[in-house]
Design a protein around this ligand. Structure first.
Ligand code: SF4
Length: 347
């Protein structure tokens, strides 16, 4: 029911603003029916020369993969903007790299979040609600235009439990519904949109690209992160390893998990640049911002005091502990040795 209501509400401009919605992709694919992917060079795409479309695909991919920010394309006809999104997805599927896919997905989700922010701020809430509901799979009740009431189960499914402000005990609950502010709904929307884009790309059949599309594919390979890992004495505790693995797959891990990684490696003696490199596969990676944050954690900026690794009990309360036998009864991941106590004492 939500889908048909949504299709009725969306216009061409909305399709371009929220291109990951199934209504948007179906509309674009329907209109481009008959186009031969292998013979796009010199062809017409939705009435435009393919050269113009190739140029927009490049701007879109370079913005997302290079700067982590997809362009608004405010002055570009909506159909072409949408077509550039579809071709970018096809190129990323051909690239077959989860880190590139995740980085693109997050940048595009942020772009749609900007538009959604405008909808919420400019009294277009009735239009915003079905798009958010459809994207996030939740039901919303507008609460005096200050936020929304969300069913408790939907809230638990989407909340960031590692942040104290999202814990249910710190929430206003009214008749089985949780109050969520606009900016928090935008956060949930962004995460869900990024997930949808990731899934669309993953489910596509892997295409064989030719001509200019193949050229764009080889150009974006410069954005493929180079993972550099250094051996570390004493091993890596499970809580840190889980988050490193998630990042290597291009997943967007929460702030508390990033703090754990940075404090752990700084306190184990990694130099600043090596710690920065560990974050290079994060979908929202920015060398400048990461450098600033890592330097602060290492005590080279701001208060000049080095941050300690969070304790095991704090990490457990944030849902970030993945205890194994090797953890034994240590109180902080920094004491992890990779061996249980009995083995340590007998060796
Ligand atoms: S017990 Fe401590 S070191 Fe082990 S996984 Fe949990 S938080 Fe990490």
């Amino acid at each position: 029911m939500v889908v048909s209501l949504l299709a009725e509400l969306l216009g061409n401009a909305d399709y371009a603003k929220y291109p990951f919605l199934s209504e948007s992709t179906s509309m674009a694919i329907g209109r481009m029916k008959g186009l031969n992917l292998g013979a796009l060079d010199g062809a017409e795409v939705l009435g435009y020369n393919s050269e113009e479309v190739f140029s927009l695909i490049r701007v879109r991919l370079n913005g997302a993969l290079g700067n982590g920010d997809s362009p608004d394309f405010a002055d570009i006809p909506h159909e072409i903007s949408l077509a550039s999104f579809i071709f970018a997805l096809i190129i990323l599927r051909a690239a077959n790299d989860q880190r590139l896919t995740s980085r693109f997905a997050l940048a595009e989700a942020r772009r749609s979040e900007r538009y959604m922010n405008g909808f919420l701020a400019h009294s277009r809430r009735s239009q915003a609600v079905p798009i958010i509901e459809h994207t996030c799979g939740i039901n919303l009740t507008d609460y005096y235009s200050e936020g929304f009431l969300v069913d408790i189960l939907d809230y638990l499914k989407n909340s960031i439990m590692s942040q104290p402000s999202w814990k249910l005990v710190n929430r206003w609950v009214i008749s089985g519904k949780v109050f969520v502010k606009d900016n928090e709904i935008l956060h949930i929307f962004r995460e869900s949109a990024a997930r949808s884009i990731n899934q669309i790309i993953q489910k596509m059949p892997e295409p064989v690209l030719k001509g200019e599309l193949a050229n764009i594919l080889s150009e974006i390979m410069v954005y493929k992160p180079k993972v550099v890992t250094k051996p570390i004495e004493g091993g890596i505790p499970p809580c840190v390893q889980v988050q490193l693995d998630r990042m290597k797959k291009g997943e967007n891990i929460p702030h508390a998990a990033r703090f754990l990684i940075a404090t752990f490696f700084i306190n184990r003696g990694y130099d600043i640049q090596s710690v920065i490199n560990l974050f290079s596969t994060a979908p929202d990676f920015s060398e400048k911002i990461t450098k600033y944050q890592v330097e602060q954690i290492a005590g080279k900026k701001g208060s000049n005091s080095k941050y300690m690794v969070p304790s095991c009990s704090k990490l457990a309360s944030e849902g970030l502990c993945f205890k194994t036998e090797e953890c034994d009864s240590i109180k902080s991941p920094i004491y992890f040795t990779g061996k249980p106590k009995k083995e340590r004492s007998s060796s």
